[in-house]
Design a protein around this ligand. Structure first.
Ligand SMILES: Nc1ncnc2c1ncn2[C@@H]1O[C@H](COP(=O)(O)OP(=O)(O)OP(=O)(O)O)[C@@H](O)[C@H]1O
Length: 380
């Protein structure tokens, strides 16, 4: 890997997101806190894809949105290393935060400005660096706007470009890279298939040349063959532009193709984070092993003991003591019920939180192609 590959873009430290929940009891309403994200720490390097997997309700979307400040973190730090300054997104508030949310883009501090005190004009002057691609390409496009206007919107909203000619040039350029043609730009979203709509969403997300994009289940609603096209498109665009992705998905095989590193989340916490090959072929957490056991292996006779997940993911309002996975873990011992396992580096760049990670071996033979061995491409 090049130096650039190890260049940190985002550092997340002890991120917490709690939602206030009103529970109706017989004669009263009780206010409780739902810990959707409960102390997550990880980093994302420039130009890499980090896959984020876990069952529904584990907190994946909330992590992505908290990093983008689309929702407020309750605690923790999200540091965005940009230009030659580091910016703590948790500092954003007031007008700065409103501006940030309006554009759904990241802005930058320069010199010693606090983001909280920057005026909107100053904020607009900074290059937008973050964006989001949603799951549903049908509801995330305004049906009354042409494709040209949809793709141009982030450039205009951020004030990044003012001249119509320049905007049109940039829209045509990114549309061509996303394999949309000039004729498409004059049409409205209803004229397009799911795959083409997702290309429009990707063009809109990348038109400002962001450093970081969250793809939240962005290929899940598409047919398998179209999924492959979109995954290849995202990889090509990443190689060209050096953008980093947080790729949230249920489908582990798509995550393997797309990601350089993968994080596994369970009831608000990361349980494992490792380079894709390490995670897929040498998982150290029983939950990761269980998720992978559900994926058909290239060699059906390959020798490893699959385990099946039984029961439901626990309610985040009633989190199990100790290791949160112990209620469903076939390997749980007394310590798992009592003590929270520490988050530790068990091998190079391979993090896990399991009391028994040193004794359990879930290795399986390498079989399926993954992006694991592909280094993050250096950007010139
Ligand atoms: N705005 C909100 N208010 C209250 N609870 C919320 C809110 N958003 C999410 N939650 C809860 O937080 C937990 C994590 O939700 P989140 O959507 O982040 O999970 P997820 O892993 O992305 O799930 P999925 O794969 O189904 O999208 C869930 O229990 C969810 O019900």
């Amino acid at each position: 890997m090049s130096d650039v590959a190890n260049d940190l873009l985002i550092e997340v430290k002890n991120l917490e997101v709690r939602f206030p929940i009103r529970l109706k009891k017989l004669f009263r309403t009780e206010l409780q806190e739902l810990r959707a994200v409960d102390g997550v720490s990880f980093d994302i390097r420039r130009g890499e894809t980090v896959g984020l997997v876990g069952e529904s309700g584990s907190g994946k979307t909330t992590v992505g949105r908290a990093i983008l400040r689309a929702i407020d973190p309750t605690a923790g730090e999200v540091t965005f290393h940009c230009c030659d300054r580091d910016v703590d997104l948790a500092e954003l508030e007031g007008e700065s935060l409103r501006e940030f949310r309006k554009n759904m883009n990241m802005v930058f501090s320069e010199g010693s400005h606090s983001l909280a005190t920057m005026t909107s004009d100053m904020l607009r002057a900074f290059r937008p660096r973050m964006n989001l691609v949603f799951q549903d390409p049908y509801s995330s496009l305004n049906p009354r706007m042409t494709v040209r206007d949809i793709i141009a919107e982030p450039l205009i909203a951020s004030g990044m470009m003012k001249s119509r000619a320049k905007i049109d040039e940039r829209v045509r350029e990114i549309a061509a890279r996303c394999k949309l043609n000039l004729e498409h730009l004059r049409r409205f979203p209803h004229a397009f298939s799911g795959g083409q709509r997702q290309r429009i969403c990707i063009a809109r997300a990348l038109v400002t040349r962001p450093d970081f994009v969250v793809c939240d289940e962005s290929v899940s609603a598409l047919d398998v063959s179209i999924q492959a096209e979109i995954v290849n498109l995202l990889k090509d665009l990443q190689d060209e532009m050096g953008v980093a992705f947080l790729f949230i998905a249920h489908d582990l095989s798509v995550v393997a193709q797309m990601s350089h590193r993968v994080a596994v989340m369970y009831v608000g916490k990361f349980v494992e984070y490792a380079p894709t090959a390490s995670l897929f072929f040498h998982p150290r957490h029983p939950y990761t092993h269980a998720l992978l056991s559900a994926v058909p292996h290239a060699d059906p006779d390959a020798a490893f003991d699959p385990i099946r997940l039984v029961g439901e993911i626990p309610n985040p309002l009633d989190v199990p003591s100790g290791c949160r996975f112990h209620t469903r873990c076939p390997f749980a011992v007394e310590a798992c019920r009592r003590e929270t396992p520490e988050w530790r580096e068990i091998a190079a760049d391979h993090f896990v939180s399991c009391h028994r990670a040193d004794e359990l071996d879930f290795s399986r033979p390498a079989g399926t192609a993954s992006r694991a061995e592909t280094p993050v491409k250096a950007q010139g």
